[in-house]
Design a protein around this ligand. Structure first.
Ligand code: ADP
Ligand code: F6P
Length: 470
């Protein structure tokens, strides 16, 4: 089997940041486990003069190649174009999108710099697998400097339809960069459809059917690869964690009350204010639930230097204060709001104790937390997943209580239904969801993508005669 070279902005170096929140890092760590290969990405460090060569560390057959960013790159590429332009755009939040030409330029420059570094690490048969919106132009930059290896791309976020993408100045460059990959992977068929729409409507390319496309003088393929988790491993971790010190402390603090649990990075895509409002609606419309549950929202700060994230933080703090002020008793508060990361074992134990997993993003590529919640449950007495229709996971976890997260009253009704749901129904729903998670794991996801990439024709054979597009 060819060596795998994974490239992503976020890199989880061995022995550090084990508890860092973020789906991509967790999934990559699982995907590389046992297989070996190279993982290239940002070291997480911001330095005055980034070195030309990456820092290499090898652990358990995996080589980690860490690249530093300068403070200008961090500001314009990571906080700017990636997280203040592309992230809101890809989550359909045009009202939150900012655009700056210097940030768009820095985004391209960082991709070019990454490409040079990666080219120096490559062997002829390596398969290159690029991840996420930070690095869309990377494949094109690698081609420009003569790399002929197969290159695949996977987008962890949603992909917007043409009528949304068109708000991005020079959007055709982004579409062209994506079309340079031999295989372009999305979380769901919605993503594939939206991308095909952009190829045909914005770039004058051709949809050849079956995911094949022709644009910018070459052919490539787009397909859905819904990402999974390490299902059995997470289930075993949760079973072990049921007796851990942290779970015991949580149990004692609940005093026999039901637990509603949310676990997210503090991000406006996650719909956290709407959840707080739903708790308010539940307590106001059905007072019999007062003091009968605790809602624990774990939300470590993320991308705190971006203005939109700072105002979200203020909004949530205010809401939590108001709602707790309205309903708290001297021995009970409805909302516990915690801004820190926890180990995977502690989170697994908390999920297992929860009666309801509240996973209600306004838009999400997949949402691995929804899958982790299901995997962590006790098969004899499982909790209920309340899941947004707009999470990628909703395409697979059909037996969750599916909600429109914008409708706070619907959310409150689903919480009530979850709190009252009889055990037989919870067991039946859980079994159906668990069967899906056992079939589609992080391992099947990554081996499926790699096999599909290996199966694409060699890049040199993909040129289409004539024309810039079509
Ligand atoms: P995103 O990639 O947008 O952050 P996902 O739900 O797909 O969303 O992935 C989040 C990942 O980060 C999950 O694996 C989850 O367990 C982990 N995570 C979320 N919150 C925390 C936290 N407080 N501490 C540690 N890990 C966390
Ligand atoms: O999964 C989506 C994602 O944006 C990843 O690309 C990223 O690693 C993760 O969320 C966490 O965000 P960040 O890397 O900005 O901390």
């Amino acid at each position: 089997m060819a060596r795998l070279v994974i490239v992503s902005n976020r890199l989880l170096l061995p022995g550090t940041a084990q508890a860092r929140a973020g789906g991509l890092g967790i999934a990559m760590r699982e995907a590389l486990r046992g297989g070996g290969g190279i993982w290239v990405g940002w070291s997480g460090d911001v330095v005055t003069h980034p070195a030309d060569a990456p820092r290499l560390t090898t652990r358990a057959g995996v080589t980690y190649a860490a690249i530093d960013l300068s403070s200008k790159e961090h500001k314009l590429y990571y906080l700017g174009h990636a997280n203040a332009t592309l992230w809101p755009l890809f989550h359909f939040r045009l009202g939150l999108m900012e655009y700056r030409r210097d940030a768009a330029r820095a985004y391209l420059d960082v991709n070019r710099r990454f490409a040079k570094i990666i080219a120096s690490l490559l062997e002829p048969d390596d398969l290159i697998w690029v991840h996420d919106y930070h690095l869309i132009p990377l494949g094109q930059e690698l081609r420009k400097i003569g790399v002929t290896n197969r290159i695949g791309f996977f987008l962890h976020t949603p992909f917007p339809p043409a009528e949304v993408l068109i708000a991005l100045p020079r959007n055709e460059m982004l579409v062209e960069a994506l079309c340079t990959y031999d295989l372009i992977g999305f979380q769901t068929e919605d993503g594939v459809r939206a991308f095909m729409g952009c190829v045909t409507e914005l770039a004058g390319g051709l949809d050849l059917g079956g995911g094949e496309l022709s644009a910018f003088g070459r052919r490539s393929r787009a397909a859905a690869f819904p990402i999974g988790i390490e299902t059995e491993g997470f289930a075993a971790l949760a079973a072990q964690a049921a007796d851990s010190e942290d779970t015991r402390r949580l149990e004692e603090s609940l005093g026999g009350r039901a637990l509603i649990l949310g676990v997210d990075r503090l991000d406006y895509s996650k719909g956290i204010p709407q959840r707080f409002e739903a708790i308010d609606a539940l307590l106001s419309d059905w007072p019999e639930h007062r003091a009968q549950f605790s809602y624990l929202q774990i939300a470590p700060y993320s991308r705190g230097e971006v203005a939109q994230y700072r105002s979200l933080r203020r909004e949530i703090e205010q809401l939590a204060g108001q709602i707790n002020g309205r309903y708290a008793e001297f021995d009970w508060t409805p909302i516990r709001y915690v801004n820190r990361s926890f180990s995977r074992q502690t989170l697994a134990g908390f999920h297992r104790r929860a009666r309801i997993g509240l996973v209600t993003p306004l838009r999400d590529g997949m949402n691995l937390v929804a899958k982790e919640f299901v995997a962590a449950q006790n098969p004899d007495d499982p909790g209920v997943l309340v899941l947004s229709r707009f999470a990628g996971a909703a395409h697979e976890l059909r037996e969750a209580l599916l909600v429109n997260p914008y409708d706070v009253d619907e959310l409150a009704g689903a919480l009530r239904r979850g709190l009252l749901m009889p055990r037989e129904e919870r067991v039946a729903r859980w079994n159906a969801m668990m069967a899906v998670l056992r079939t589609n794991t992080v391992e099947t996801w990554s081996s499926g993508f790699v096999a599909a990439l290996e199966g694409t024709p060699p890049p040199q054979a993909l040129r289409v005669a004539g024309g810039a597009s079509g």
